[in-house]
Design a protein around this ligand. Structure first.
Ligand code: LLP
Length: 431
């Protein structure tokens, strides 16, 4: 739960606003964003990593309003598509503080990034280096470039979100020699200015040994580039991926502790290698926005299903589902849920919170104990939905994507409004 969450007499409130009031005014389901909490997390990273640049990873959640908050808090911004770049542009975010990622950026996206003057473009393939070289010549611009490298680390996370082992699509392999060759090509391209190496090992990672191994390997390459190619790279990015607590089982990352550990590793390695430490940057997304949001749903139906061994499971169907949170279905992610609108003395039952989509895998919370009298009309809230829920939301079954409502000091404001059927039909040319 975000830091301003309170439960009084069974009524859950965030930022001084009862979730029931949010629903009364803005409908259900809704994502509720705790502004103070979001800003505090952004600030905590900024302060802990004071000597670094902290790029907020926009893929976790992006909106014009939150990008403005990030600008105010002094963060940088990582975008990975033309669409995300547009949000930054609309928000008036300083382009020099934007980093542009992606393994297959189009020529148009790259040209736009150059025209807008983004601070750095992280290149991911030889084709992209060639494309960028040509574009900088055509447009008469210089591209400030980082090279995404594969550190060869097996991050302990879900296979689909681990990105530093060899057999996946991102980055130049260090072991094969591609990374060194990429450095050579960028160095030799007149329109490209080489800033440094970039490594991101994956997401929702708790074990800092992965970051340590990656930092060591990337720094070793950094030093080798200096020695063999005579190129001094001023910067290095160690990516994001810091884990958050989705249930009480997890131990959330602490920015101050992360900063201390990372700085220690980097300083130690640089001393051992006899090189000056490059200016570091990191890219947390989930760890900033994840805990700042919860989703509030209205219960529509409740059904008891018999399990083996005489047990029962209570299926609590809510008015959203895999269209507003795909993470449970896609990554087998764990979430929790709580009754948010009233107190209950009823004996808890083993419940599963499911959505309203035409698919059996449409599960929001796999297992949770909810009061046995949970009934239609009750509100159920799911914490920790700030990262990769709205940003990965879909219109499956022509669902309307829920709004994002910011709450702060007892006031609510709309960050993203709820979609309408007209929004959906707007792209349907036959309509
Ligand atoms: N930097 C790069 C280059 C990335 O690819 C990512 C995430 C991040 C930073 C931010 O990682 P974070 O700090 O948010 O973990 N949809 C998945 C996560 C995919 C992450 C993709 N890249 C999920 O819902 O868990």
């Amino acid at each position: 739960w975000s830091s301003t969450t309170e439960k009084t007499a069974g009524v859950l409130s965030v930022g001084g606003v009862a979730l029931a009031d949010v629903v009364a005014r803005q409908g259900s389901p809704a994502y509720v964003l705790d502004e103070a909490d979001f800003r505090a997390r952004a600030r905590a990273f900024k302060q802990a990593f004071a000597a670094y640049d902290v790029f907020y990873a926009g893929k976790a959640f992006l909106s014009v309003t939150t990008v403005r908050w990030l600008a105010e808090e002094g963060l940088h911004l990582d975008v990975c598509s033309g669409g995300e770049l547009s949000v930054a542009e609309r928000a008036g975010f300083p382009m020099a503080r934007v980093g542009f990622h992606g393994n297959n950026k189009t020529e148009r996206e790259l040209a736009r990034a150059l025209e807008l003057g983004v601070g750095r473009i992280i290149v991911d393939s030889f084709h992209e280096i060639a494309r960028l070289e040509q574009l900088t010549t055509e447009l008469g611009r210089t591209a400030r470039v980082m090279i995404r490298v594969t550190a060869g680390v097996e991050a302990h996370t879900h296979e689909y979100i681990a990105t530093a082992h060899e057999d996946q699509k991102f980055g130049f392999s260090i072991t094969s020699g591609d990374a060194l060759e990429a450095v050579r090509r960028v160095r030799d391209a007149p329109g490209l200015e080489l800033l440094g190496l970039h490594s991101h090992i994956g997401s929702q990672i708790f074990d800092s040994s992965g970051f340590e191994v990656a930092a060591r390997r990337v720094l070793a390459l950094h030093a080798r580039v200096g020695e063999e190619l005579g190129v001094d790279m001023p910067e290095m990015d160690l990516g994001g991926g810091f884990g958050i607590a989705y249930t009480t089982q997890d131990d959330p990352s602490d920015p101050a502790q992360l900063a201390t550990e990372m700085t220690k590793i980097v300083e130690h390695e640089c001393r051992a290698l006899g090189v000056a430490a490059p200016r570091l940057s990191i890219e947390p997304g989930r760890a900033i926005v994840g805990p700042s949001m919860c989703t509030v749903y209205t219960v529509g139906t409740v059904k008891e299903v018999a399990l083996d061994g005489g047990l029962t499971r209570t299926y609590v169907s809510v008015d959203g589902g895999m269209s507003d949170n795909i993470r449970t279905a896609l990554y087998d992610a764990d979430y929790s849920a709580t009754l948010a609108s009233r107190a209950s003395e009823a004996v808890p039952v083993l419940a599963r919170v499911v959505g309203k989509h035409c698919e059996a895998g449409d599960i929001v919370v796999k297992d949770e104990f909810l009061p046995g009298d949970v009934a239609p009309g009750d509100l159920v809230a799911v914490p920790g939905t700030g990262a990769y829920c709205r940003s990965m939301a879909s219109n499956y079954n022509h669902a309307l994507r829920p709004p994002v409502i910011a709450v702060r000091d007892g006031k609510i404001s709309v960050v993203l409004r709820r979609e309408t059927e007209d929004d959906l039909l707007a792209t349907d040319v036959g309509a």
